[in-house]
Design a binder for this molecule. Structure first.
Ligand code: DPP
Ligand code: ZN
Length: 849
């Protein structure tokens, strides 16, 4: 296997002025004709095109058919030597989309032909310079059976419908914007669609279409509304307008990722398009809003300005995630959005950053680029952009992004170019800040407070963990928002500190008594705060920052849980009091739902030096039970105050009520009582929303096997024809806290609805099981054995899916010895498997190192 290094980057030796593609789609094979106009930039260079799994038919250079002695064609490339300065190359090749189970390049999802080219799928379609710094103008003609594939789409604007011939028809699309091959897309199918329009700020009328499987067009309205909101928002917040006459979105069921921002033709995992109250949860609706916006925002941050090479991925992804987070915050509750973003960051990215696959947001090398679409590149990348936003302030940040767009439009650039624009309008130490792009691991910040004679001194000591290879890393540069409060909760001092040294002290004067510190407000930097002897109860009551108030509630619970791990009979009355005060809090209900959440097992696991799940579950069960027991009556009252089974509206108030009511029901489930089971049963049977039914099922599954089975059967019969809902069915059962879950997961693989070729279903059943720590990490090792067998099996079908599943083993070096031994044996079994993909090999071998 070959490792690719950032330091080896070389400019391309050729440019491609234009590409003219013709696809003839058939039931067995697809014929591709690819006519490219080249210009040579480097006198001595051979033309080396990327080509994978292509059946080459003919190569024609400036009208001359080349004999096979004029080129070499191996597993990865097509090489032609002695090419002129300028020339036209026409290549005919054949591919087999129906046999493509990797879901990269051109493939079939159900009855739909579709493509996924990022990062390196285009080379599986036709020979090309398949790298993001080669940008060209694409014209695409798609020809297929008219009856089976009445809808034929590609990038850009539709320029020609060809007269049909026999049973076949054809359409030509032209994209006037130069783009790299990873943004190429093609779709052919028999699809329903909904249509709308958007008038841009400068008065261009844009046609908007969302294409879905037949019968699903009534489920695309929310996606359309989200798209229109995103278009408006990008004009207002970033001054960015859409630049084609048409914007198409297509939903497909088999997709390795969430969605793809192909120019003018986004292709989406149907999970991020289709929704109605009966089949989608409130979280699904929000997910759709954010992914639709994310892909739309890529039109400027990704497409108009793209990446010079794949090491720059965070240039477009970190920035675009930051943009979609801000959009969602503006559309919904900004305080809830921020907490949820941080939660997601800590559950996925912090875990990655503490694991053997830790890497900087700008990695220095890769074996398979597919493995670097990570929480680090995306979510930590977004935090880095957010810090720049904080350092510059809203106004200067806008000036800096304007400059970025003006300067680099139409180019393939580097993260350095973005940072240059930021620095033009920002007063910060750019060279030092850049460490965020080069170093891995989550910095932690130790807090020490001193108070004497009216002076308060805050000493902060930064610790950046060593790199994966053991080498030392330097202290980082970041903004840290703090406040100092008096005993009534009034803010005496609010500041943004700049942290840049390994250790530094900040002094504040004029206090009559020791102030209370609120630190890392809004989670202004993606770091871990280590602070002893904090009065969490006070902060839970009085902190004026919604994030740090939430944080205090979490940290208090965490400290109590660790006490319980030492002694299960520890006194927890102080925490229970503070929790009781939260129940009385008069605040936004969706925010309140977050405040009442107990820390996740993953959160606790991250605080253990050596991970052992058993005591974590034991402590959490105990705390959950004590909370539910003490506040049963109050919780029930809160439940019934907010339970509106017939309300399926999606306004923020209705969503907030459901969030709070369902949080309360989940808390009450710790009682495992007949009464709560009855409440959940009633909710399952009579609520109109999927949000309510899912929570009810989850609660029943955790407290009453019999009622659970009845409800799950009902659910199955009701939704077995809806794959998206069946994902939820599999996921709930795979996450079950009940004994015997592995056997049930194994049996569910034989369910007629389950299909190992559909990534969503694999993620829901196998992927969710691998996050069911209690059973995945079972001491008999059967969880590990099951997952590794699946990885080896799925690797043959879809390596990207297999390497994603391998991520569950990332925790390996931190596990207690007995589990570690079991894990090691299964991991070694995976890497030594004959023909294992480079995707899976890269992840598993890094974990084993
Ligand atoms: N570029 C896609 C996205 O993040 C993923 N391949 O939207
Ligand atoms: Zn993206």
């Amino acid at each position: 296997v070959q490792e690719i290094f950032l330091k080896d980057y070389k400019k391309p030796s050729f440019t491609i002025e234009s590409v003219n593609l013709t696809f003839e789609l058939f039931e067995e094979e697809t014929n591709v004709t690819n006519i490219m106009k080249f210009e040579k930039l480097d006198e001595s260079a051979d033309l080396v095109l990327d080509a994978q799994e292509l059946e080459l038919k003919e190569v024609v250079l400036d009208g001359e058919v080349l004999g096979s002695d004029r080129y070499t064609h191996d597993e990865e490339t097509l090489t032609i030597s002695n090419v002129p300065q300028e020339f036209t190359l026409e290549i005919r090749n054949r591919i087999y989309p129906q046999k493509n189970t990797e879901l990269e390049g051109l493939y079939k999802s159900g009855d739909i032909f579709c493509t996924q080219c990022e990062p390196e799928g285009f080379r599986r379609i036709t020979p090309y310079l398949d790298r993001p710094d080669v940008m060209s103008i694409f014209t695409t003609t798609v020809i297929a059976d008219q009856k089976k594939y009445p809808i034929l789409l590609a990038n850009g604007n539709k320029v020609h419908c060809h007269e049909s011939f026999n049973t076949r028809h054809g359409v030509t699309w032209h994209d006037p914007h130069p783009k790299p091959s990873y943004l190429f897309a093609l779709v052919a199918g028999d699809l329903d669609f909904i249509t709308d329009s958007f008038v841009t700020a400068s008065g261009n009328d844009v046609e908007l279409n969302i294409y879905v499987d037949k019968g699903n067009s009534d489920k695309a309205d929310h996606a359309m509304k989200s798209l229109i909101n995103a278009m408006k928002w990008d004009e207002e917040k970033y001054g960015r307008e859409y630049d084609l006459d048409i914007y198409n979105i297509v939903a497909v069921d088999s997709f390795n990722m969430g969605a793809m921002e192909n120019k003018g033709l986004n292709i989406f995992n149907s999970a991020y398009v289709l929704a109605d109250a009966d089949t989608a949860t409130d979280a699904n609706f929000m997910g759709i809003e954010s992914v639709i916006a994310h892909e739309y925002f890529h039109n400027w941050t990704g497409n108009r300005i793209t990446c010079r090479n794949w090491f720059q991925l965070t240039l477009k992804e970190g920035l675009t995630v930051f943009r979609d987070q801000c959009f969602s915050a503006d559309m919904n509750s900004s305080e809830v959005q921020r907490i949820q973003d941080v939660k997601a960051l800590r559950e996925r990215q912090f875990v990655e950053d503490a694991s053997p696959t830790a890497h900087p947001i700008q990695p220095k090398s890769y074996i398979s680029m597919n493995n670097f679409y990570t929480a680090t590149v995306y979510e930590k990348g977004a935090e880095v952009i957010r810090m720049l936003h904080t350092l510059l302030g809203e106004e200067n940040y806008r000036k800096a992004t304007d400059l970025y767009f003006e300067t680099f439009d139409g180019q393939a650039v580097r993260t350095d170019d973005f940072l240059w624009a930021m620095k033009e309008y920002g007063e910060f130490d750019l060279e030092h800040f850049k460490l965020w792009y080069d170093q891995s691991g989550t910095p932690s910040l130790e807090v020490e407070e001193n108070y004497a004679d009216g002076k308060y001194t805050l000493t902060l000591t930064q610790n950046v963990p060593n790199k994966v290879d053991g080498s030392l890393q330097k202290a980082m540069y970041f903004p840290l928002k703090i406040a100092l409060m008096d005993k009534t909760g009034a803010v005496a001092e609010e500041k943004m500190l700049i942290i840049s040294k390994e250790s530094e002290s900040f002094m504040f004067e004029g206090f009559e008594e020791k102030p209370v510190l609120s630190i890392n407000r809004d989670f202004s930097a993606p770091v871990i705060i280590k602070h002893q002897d904090v009065d969490f109860a006070f902060l839970m009551q009085h902190d004026t920052n919604s994030f740090t108030k939430y944080e205090a509630a979490q940290e208090f619970a965490i400290s109590i849980l660790f006490k319980l791990m030492e002694d299960i009979e520890s006194d927890i009355s102080e925490y229970l009091e503070a929790f009781g005060a939260l129940l009385e809090l008069d605040t936004d209900l969706s925010y309140k739902a977050l405040l009442l959440e107990l820390p996740s097992i993953s959160t606790l696991m991250q605080k253990q030096d050596v991970v052992d799940f058993e005591p974590l579950y034991k402590a959490k069960d105990k705390l959950s039970y004590e909370v539910a027991k003490k506040y049963e009556a109050k919780l029930l009252k809160l439940y019934f105050q907010n339970h509106e089974p017939l309300n399926s509206a999606l306004d923020s108030k209705s969503i907030a009520k459901r969030a709070l009511k369902n949080r309360v029901l989940s808390l009450l489930s710790a009682l495992e009582s007949k009464e709560i089971a009855a409440v959940a049963k009633e909710q399952y049977e009579h609520s109109l929303t999927m949000t309510d039914r899912i929570t009810a099922l989850d609660v029943l599954e955790s407290i009453d096997a019999e009622l659970s089975e009845i409800a799950f059967n009902d659910f199955y019969n009701r939704y077995k024809n809806n794959t998206l809902v069946m994902n939820k069915y599999f996921a709930l059962l795979a996450a079950s806290p009940r004994e015997g879950v592995l056997d049930r997961v194994m049996a569910l693989q034989n369910d007629e609805v389950y299909d190992e070729k559909v990534p969503n279903l694999v993620r829901s059943l196998i992927g969710v099981f691998a996050r069911n720590y209690k059973y995945f990490h079972a001491k008999d090792g059967y969880g590990y054995k099951f997952l590794s067998d699946k990885i080896i099996e799925i690797d043959k079908i879809n390596p990207q899916m297999a390497s994603a599943l391998s991520g569950a083993f990332k925790i390996y070096p931190k596990m207690i010895e007995s589990n570690k031994k079991l894990m090691k044996a299964t991991l070694e079994c995976i890497v030594s498997t004959q023909g294992i993909s480079k995707n899976t090999f890269e992840i598993v071998s890094k974990i084993l190192k």
